[in-house]
Structure formats: structure tokens, C-alpha cells
Design a protein around this ligand. Sequence first.
Ligand code: TRP
Length: 521
Amino acid sequence: MQCANEWSCISETGCDCTPFSSWAAVCTLAHILADTMTDSQTDGAATESPMEFYEKLTAQGEAVKALKTGKAPKEEIDVAVKLLLQLKLDYKRVSGQDYKAGCPPTDSPASGESVPAAAEDGDDLVDPWTVATSNAKGIDYEKLIVRFGSSKIEAELIERMERVTGQKAHRFLRRGIFFSHRRVQQPCPSALDMHQILDAYENKKSFYLYTGRGPSSEAMHMGHLIPFIFTKWLQDVFDIPLVIQLTDDEKYLWKDLTLEDCHRYAVENAKDIIACGFDVNKTFIFSDLDYMGMSSGFYRNVVKIQKHVTFNQVKGIFGFTDSDCIGKISFPAIQAAPSFSTSFPQIFNGRKDIQCLIPCAIDQDPYFRMTRDVAPRIGYPKPALLHSTFFPALQGAQTKMSASDPNSSIFLTDTAKQIKNKINKHAFSGGKDTVEEHRKHGGDADVDVSFMYLTFFLEDDEKLEQIRQDYTSGALLTGELKKCLIETLQPMITQHQERRKQVTDETVKQFMTPRKLDFHF
Ligand code: TRP
């Protein structure tokens, strides 16, 4: 079968040393959106047909019914309903028809709308806007790696990082929280992303870090800090420049917010980001709304990218439809542009060959798949990526936290008392119902949110392992586990709040002013 969507297939499959069977699936997916439904269904590829979507939807409908009749907790029902709604949307995109229980899809081809960027896998849904699963352990990241065609960060890579940098790997690496990466260039014998970055580092070749945040509200929670905590560590270890994009434009396009609000949130969020400890001499933070018109390089790159990506292609990757506003359709070029060093002439002195490394949560990957595809065609190196898992909501790993639900997460503004109450009241427990049962059978650390949070924030590996063992054996009770988490988080948040207080408007202005950093290019 010829792949009609040539673009989605080229570069990532172009490496002939890696059997990217998973990419075949992605390609096939790209087909459906690129053209008609007709041929893609008959070739028996991994992509799901409207019938399969229909069956999944029907099963999910049953699941929701069962939860409701069984009087399941509200949060559990909400997650299941959210998944159901998403499946309905996906079904409509794929089949061109509305879902009706008991009426399987007819054969008419789709309306030309695309399938979503995120083909759901089992019950997992992951794209830049939705993250949901019905599995209490959370998203199946092993499967996601296969689906996205990235590579797992193996122990060997972590060891090499420690050797090259002479530092112990960050706990996010040791614990598989940053779990996946993408190779830099092809052809790629066994050279994977981080390996090439390390090669460059060993050869004293510099690279830079790029990460970002969509400022959708003033309130940031602990999960939002994950990429920044990790990026700060990378910056310290490698001593390299960092650029941080605040996509106030993106939030304006996607949410019901005013431009002024989005920009204000960008500045407020910058304070929390700065409070992570970034060095003003090595870090440039920018709002798209401000920087786009100020820079002599950024918008030029945006336009170059826009010229090399078609509507069909973004439909394929992001699931945009004909009724999405043109701002959304062209936005991916804006998130892609900071991956190229010429977007920051003041930092890189016009050099176009500085390699970029992007730490981000895996839901951002579609943007950078597009970026990596376009890079060689506009004469730039492809960025490398390090992907993180999601930080679970207090109610369970089925979903990401929501900034609009104050009880779904620990916010950076929470008081010590609020932290304690939230964890005691809302953190989903893998413990048994009674102390006797718990002592006898032990708890399930894999679904326990307090334990999951400790894997993110408790530095001591041995202590963490001891907690896991004791909890699993029943020696440690849920209340004791929660106490341990409370005592870990309270001082962290207090310290963050103290650092944030030190960040003045003047400090923010310094970080956000385009300028040369303490590096010579
Ligand atoms: N789109 C991201 C969000 O909504 C923000 C973002 C922009 C980003 N550039 C990035 C995240 C680079 C990670 C890496 O949060």
C-alpha cells in the first residue's frame, strides 16, 4: 500500500536501521485523515475502523451505566463519562456519523474530517488537549512509546548520562518519570536522542534547552512544575542556555479567555517558573504575544514552518477539522519555532546549527513530531526530546489534573493545612477498607496516589523502596503513608512560596527581555 500521507511517514520511518512497525500504524492512521476511509479499512492495518470505534463506544457506554448503577464514586463516573464523550467525538470524526446505541456504522465514507491525533489505545487517550484512561494505574506508557514511535530511556542511557556528567541521575530519570526520548538525527545506528546529545557534550559541542507552558490560569499545581524541575536540573548539569515559551496565544485560541488575561497569566506563571531557581544569566522566558513581534528571527521561522506544512498534515497530527479557526491550524508552527536556534538571534548570534533538547510531557509530542519532520526541509537540525509521564490527579491516575478543580491537585498556593486536608480527604488509596484487612492482605502501591506522589518527590530511593514494601505487606497503613507524603510536600511547597515571594516584577522583566545570555556563540 502506498502511504498517501507522505509527510507523516517520511522522516521518522526514514531510518532504515530501526524496524518502525509502530510507525506503520501511525502512517495508516494518517491515511484515514489524509484521504478517504475507503482503502484504509480494507488493508487490515493496525488502525481502528468505525466498527471498532463503535464497539468500543458501546462497551464504554455499558461501563458508565454499570458505574452509575453500582453507585461508584463521582470521580470515577466523571472519568468514564469524559472518555465516553471523547469516544463519541472520535467516532463521529472517523465515521462521519453520530453515534446511536444499537445502530452500527453504515458504510458511507467519512466526511473528510480527520481521525484524532491520538488514536486511543485500549482505553487510553493522549493528545495535547486530552489525557484519559480507565486504568487505575494510569496511562500505559509502554504502549504509548510504541504508538508514538519513540524510544524508552533504558538503564544504559541513564548510566551513560551519569558517567558523562559525573552526577547522579535525577530521580525523575531513575524512577522512569522521564521515560522516553527521540533520536536526534537519522540515519541512527544505535544512536538515540540523548546519546547524541551526550556525544555532542563530550565533544564540547553546545546545545540548548527548550520547554514551555500554556498559561491558562493563574493557579499552577505541582504537576506543572515537573518539566521545570527537571529542566532546571538539566541546565545545572550541562550548563547550557534555556528558552521557555509561554503560549498565551495558544490559550487565547483554545479557551474562552481574553488576550489580556492570557498575557497576565503568562507573567504570573513566569513567577512560579522563576521560583524553580533558574539563572537569569542563562534563561530567556518569553510570551508569544510579546516576543513574536520583537524578534528578528522568531516570526521568520514561524513562516518558514508554515510554508512547509499543509492543512492535511496538521489535520493528521492534531485532528483539526474544517470548523477549527485558522489560528489553531497555524499555531503548531509557533510551538515548533523555538526548536530552532535562529529564533533567538540575540542568544545564538544567528547560528542555525545549535542542537535543541526539549523536555516535555508526552502529550506535547505531536508538536515535535511535526517539528522534526519539517526541520531538514528548512535546513535545521531536528530537536531531541525527553518525554515525561503525567502527574496523576489526587483522585487517581486515570486523568490529568484540572486547574479548575481545586481538589484534584495540590496547588502552589496551598497552605500546609490545605495540603494535609487534601491528601487525607482526596488522595485515592490503594489500601484496604479496614485495618485488619490491610494488615492481612496489604495495599496496592501501583494504584495508590500518595505513593505515586512520593515517587515524584521523595528523593531517598531506599526510603521509597521501604515504603513500597511495607505498604504492600500491610505493615504500613494508608494513614501513615499519607502522613509521609504530607511531610514531604509541605516543606517543598512552603519553600516554593518563599522563593516566589522574592520574585519581583523587575525580576520577571529581566528574564523576559530579549538579550544575550552568558554564553558565547
Ligand atoms: N503547549 C504547551 C502547553 O499547553 C506549552 C508549550 C509550548 C510547551 N512550548 C513547549 C511545553 C515546549 C513543553 C515544551 O502546556
